[in-house]
Design a protein around this ligand. Structure first.
Ligand code: GLP
Length: 255
């Protein structure tokens, strides 16, 4: 796991955008995340697209997850959110931005169809990830099998309360979701996880230095041969091996 520590959240976004742009230049299939953390990275990518530096015309994208029961036009559906925050502002083909169908009559069949669509597209080249305060990635809550494909999950009360800020009340947060599984995520070529702020310090310490366990779904990154974790100083606060990560960063052997 390559851990990159930057002084501020803005610098985390700049570092993440640099990595994503490298992939986009090669026509990558992108795995996109919602939540507040990647928003600054999306702003960087939009800015650099507007500056004429990068085109997304040869890329397509798969979202990580979706709430069950929110129609695509609902403001808090991830289908809507990713368009509003990112893909409506770049030149990616709108038809190439896929997300699990949260309104499917049979969500279990929708999960299987989404997994197959990712396989049919040749897989995801680079998967952007945030992390929940309880260590979840996508909507894979603690206890989810480390090998799961895209599936139906039930949100943890902690996640419902964390995400209530986007809704009128916690009672409005859907309880059920469709999410790429930890198995799906592990098949992406490059994982790029972002975390900023002191409230993420515990989750970051667990995923990077804790045991590999389904109780911290993000610890599955320990199994991936190409995982990059980009965090700010606040989110790095719980790491024990911090000085070594800084040493590695200062002495990178360039390819
Ligand atoms: C949601 C999303 C996750 C995201 C997490 C953290 O639950 N499903 O993909 O990583 O929230 O969100 P934030 O970045 O807002 O802290």
């Amino acid at each position: 796991m390559h851990i990159i520590i930057r002084p501020t959240a803005d610098e985390v976004a700049i570092a993440a955008a640099d990595i994503l742009i490298d992939h986009v230049r090669r026509g990558a299939t992108l795995g996109l995340a919602t939540g507040s953390t990647p928003v600054a990275t999306y702003k960087q990518l939009i800015r650099r697209h507007r500056a004429g530096e990068i085109s997304f015309a040869d890329s397509r994208a798969f979202l990580l997850d979706e709430y069950i029961g929110l129609p695509p036009e609902h403001e808090q559906s991830y289908h809507h959110t990713i368009r509003h925050e990112f893909t409506d502002h770049i030149d990616i083909d709108e038809a190439g931005v896929a997300s699990p169908d949260g309104m499917a009559a049979d969500p279990y069949a929708a999960a299987a169809a989404y997994e197959q669509a990712i396989i049919d597209a040749g897989g995801i080249d680079v998967q952007l990830l945030g992390v929940g305060t309880n260590g979840h990635i996508g909507f894979n809550e603690p206890g989810t099998a480390l090998t799961m494909p895209t599936h139906v999950d039930t949100l943890h009360p902690q996640t419902i309360s964390d995400n209530a800020r986007f809704f009128d009340s916690a009672a409005d947060v859907p309880i059920h979701v469709l999410t790429q599984g930890l198995g799906t995520i592990q098949r992406a070529g490059h994982l790029v996880l972002l975390a900023t702020g002191e409230h993420k310090a515990e989750a970051v310490a667990s995923l990077a230095e804790g045991p590999l366990t389904a109780m911290c779904p993000a610890s599955v990154l320990q199994l991936h041969a190409n995982a990059t974790v980009i965090i700010d100083e606040d989110a790095a606060g719980g790491l024990r091996n911090l000085e070594y990560y800084r040493f590695v960063e200062a002495n990178l052997l360039k390819r």
